[in-house]
Design a protein around this ligand. Structure first.
Ligand SMILES: [Mn+2]
Length: 281
């Protein structure tokens, strides 16, 4: 049975400012760990179990501090082949899509649809991996390469990178992409990093979160975990700061419920979505 995410507070698409969209497809994943297609359902289910409180017949939601001042509509799930048209439908009325994957190659299709309206966007890409392989295309390790014509690389940034292949290091240098590693945050502190990111990004900002950017201690349920990652609060702090400045869309990809521990990664994803919406102006 399909269930809406607990943050949905309107049943009317036309009235909404923010649209939650599930894309339960992992057909482009090459990872050994399968199961990211279960994430849209699991994150919604866990949000209703862990982020709500029941008293007698009343159900209330445990909001981020500050509350949620946006109208949030849950669109349900769509097929991968429907991404372009659905994103177009959402952004053509200036609503903000929050997509839940699925494999990270879905982001390629979302960004292409977004750039048709907004032109080249600033991409903020949270990931352990740069996904910047150029020798293979349409691959979930080539997202950055596949969206080069849709993003402004000079005002884009990758955050959480810690396991690049040599080819990716070369591409990062070649295209002048900024990278913030977990060690950069440890060394400089979160506010200094926040400042440098806000200085870097441009007018139209699209944010993509591969859940493996977060350390496996906080997010074990991902398809390609890598130690020495970002802390949950660091990711949320930066997401809130960027959302406050204004974003044209967000996605959360690569949550892999079958490898999770007590659904903590799905729960974190649910809270992240709420915190981002809460910070939107
Ligand atoms: Mn990725």
């Amino acid at each position: 049975m399909s269930v809406n995410i607990c943050w949905a507070n309107t049943k009317n698409f036309d009235d909404s400012n923010v649209v939650i969209l599930g894309i339960p497809d992992e057909s482009k994943s090459h990872s050994l760990r399968k199961g990211t297609s279960e994430a849209p359902h699991k994150i919604r289910e866990i949000s209703n179990i862990r982020d709500t409180y029941k008293r007698e017949d009343e159900i209330s939601t445990g909001l981020p501090f500050g509350g949620i001042n946006k109208k949030v509509y849950d669109y349900g799930n769509i097929l991968r082949t429907e991404v372009n048209d659905t994103i177009h439908k959402i952004i053509s009325s200036s609503k903000i899509p929050i997509s839940i994957g699925g494999d990270h190659a879905i982001t390629t299709e979302i960004v292409k649809s977004i750039s048709k309206k907004y032109g080249k966007v600033s991409l903020v890409y949270f990931d352990a991996h740069p996904d910047f392989i150029g020798s293979s295309r349409g691959y979930y390790g080539s997202v950055l390469y596949d969206v080069l014509s849709d993003i402004d690389t000079k005002s884009s940034v990758q955050i959480g990178i810690r396991t690049p292949e040599q080819e990716e290091i070369d591409n990062i240098k070649k295209y002048g992409l900024s990278v913030v590693t977990p060690l950069d945050i440890l060394k400089n502190g979160i506010t200094k990093i926040e400042e440098s990111i806000l200085d870097k990004i441009g007018q139209n900002v699209y944010v993509s979160v591969d859940m493996d950017a977060v350390d496996p201690a906080y997010a074990p349920g991902v398809s390609v975990p890598v130690p020495l990652g970002l802390r949950n609060l660091e990711v949320v702090y930066l997401l809130k700061s960027i959302a406050k400045r204004g974003i044209v869309g967000l996605d959360i990809m690569e949550v892999c419920p079958s490898y999770d521990i007590k659904d903590r990664t799905s729960h974190l994803a649910s809270r992240m979505i709420a915190e981002v919406i809460s910070s939107m102006i």
